[in-house]
Design a protein around this ligand. Structure first.
Ligand code: SAM
Length: 275
């Protein structure tokens, strides 16, 4: 099946008198070359379950359906349902549309507990909370291929010692290997946002860290005052942080941005042992 046989997305938007609602982070990809590239980046999808958040007019949805995937698309804005519904028949029933807020969705129930890839051009305003929700989710969640603002993408894949390294990198990399795959210029979107975006691919690590809440707590304290030495920054967690740091094998004079994934895992373990 080929999405080129469908009316163009631009014609569909015009025919339905639809425009972008900035409050819902709506910036559309109307060029199938780009949405097909996103689908390709996600790997082999034929016969696989996919969850897409925010299909909007359906550019990425079309590219996903072309691969032979079964797509569950969660869209908050009901105005787009008339554009999406014809795709159900076109895909011979491989599309399910759910109208609602993805932050509140129970994805596991939507896919009957089956493993599902998550592939989305995310709304900017809820991209990070959705990622954190999915990092914690299991066992339904498969690999994730997600579009973020470029600066957020850089924070997800950042390594120690860089300015972008912080809570989000440690949290994401506690569960996943994260790679920035490619950037998409602002002009590729309708309407164009102020800044470029980037696709990040997150695949499950062989050794995921199980206690994400503990990582959230220790990184909140450590990066809350990222320029300070850990023995001061961690006072937000405990009045005397030195024994905790010693138990984790970390220098009390080190700063959060120098601590790698294994260091934060040891710190989270040490904190759990005292909590
Ligand atoms: N996938 C489309 C594309 O690539 O052209 C649209 C992407 S647009 C950046 C984000 C989409 O997410 C919009 O359709 C918007 O209505 C939807 N959206 C915003 N907040 C949402 C939420 N909390 N739950 C579900 N969808 C949401």
């Amino acid at each position: 099946m080929n999405a080129d046989e469908l009316p163009t997305l631009r014609d569909e938007l015009e025919a339905h008198g639809l425009w972008a609602n900035k409050g819902l982070g709506q910036h559309f990809l109307l060029d199938l070359n780009i949405t097909r590239r996103i689908a390709r980046t996600a790997g082999e999808l034929a016969g696989q379950q996919v969850i897409e958040v925010g299909p909007g007019p359906g550019g990425l949805t079309r590219a996903l359906l072309e691969t032979g995937a079964h797509v569950t698309a969660i869209e908050k804005d009901p105005r787009f349902l008339p554009l999406l519904e014809p795709l159900i028949e076109w895909s011979e029933g491989r599309l399910r549309i759910v109208q609602g807020d993805a932050l509140e969705a129970d994805e596991s129930e939507l896919v009957n507990g089956a493993r599902a890839a998550v592939i989305s051009n995310l709304p900017y305003n809820v991209g990070t909370p959705l990622l954190v929700k999915w990092l914690k989710a299991r066992p339904w969640r498969g690999d994730m291929t997600l579009m973020f603002q470029k600066e957020v993408a850089q924070r997800i894949v950042a390594k120690p010692g860089s300015d972008a390294y912080g809570r989000l990198a440690v949290l994401a990399q506690a569960r996943c290997d994260a790679r920035l795959e490619f950037t998409v210029p602002a002009r590729a979107f309708t309407p164009p946002p102020k800044i470029a975006s980037a696709i990040v691919r997150l695949t499950d690590r062989a050794d995921p860290y199980p206690h994400l809440e503990a990582i959230e707590r220790v990184t909140a304290a450590a990066f809350g005052q990222r320029r300070k030495m850990l023995r001061s920054a961690l006072r937000a967690l405990t009045p005397d942080a030195e024994p905790l740091l010693r138990a984790a094998g970390l220098e009390p004079t080190a700063r959060a941005e120098e601590i790698d994934q294994n260091g934060f895992r040891r710190l989270a373990d040490a904190w759990r042992a005292t909590a």
